[in-house]
Write a new protein. Structure first.
Length: 119
């Protein structure tokens, strides 16, 4: 991880893991629940199936999400946060709060698939 010519920058490391187009939304929706691909697709309709798959694979590779395949026909695949993924909850909550405050101060209301989660 490099930041401003430095190695092992904490902010760079965080952004590398959650900075994808839909990663924060995926992680947010997995707080306190396990979801199937189709459920995530409905919660994040702006993400194409290809992009959602790519983002989920990256989150899994970074050990933030656990993918479980159940041996049934058709295959049942579920996603949930790993212990590391759970640890990012305060960051996501802070991002939500900051963004909601920014929108409010800009005269806009929160109108997205995210809703305030219990802390």
């Amino acid at each position: 991880m490099k930041c401003c010519g430095e190695v092992n920058c904490p902010v760079d490391a965080t952004l590398d893991m959650i900075g994808g187009k839909y990663k924060a939304l995926i992680l947010w929706h997995l707080i306190d629940t396990t979801l199937r691909f189709g459920e995530l697709s409905k919660l994040i309709p702006q993400a194409t199936a290809k992009m959602l798959t790519q983002q989920l694979r990256e989150l899994e590779a970074d050990n933030l999400v656990i993918r479980t395949v159940h041996p049934v026909v058709p295959p049942k695949v579920e996603y949930r946060l790993s212990e590391l993924g759970e640890s990012i909850r305060p960051i996501l909550s802070a991002m939500y709060d900051w963004g909601a405050d920014y929108l409010k101060k800009s005269g806009l209301e929160v109108n997205c698939s995210m809703s305030a989660k219990a802390r």
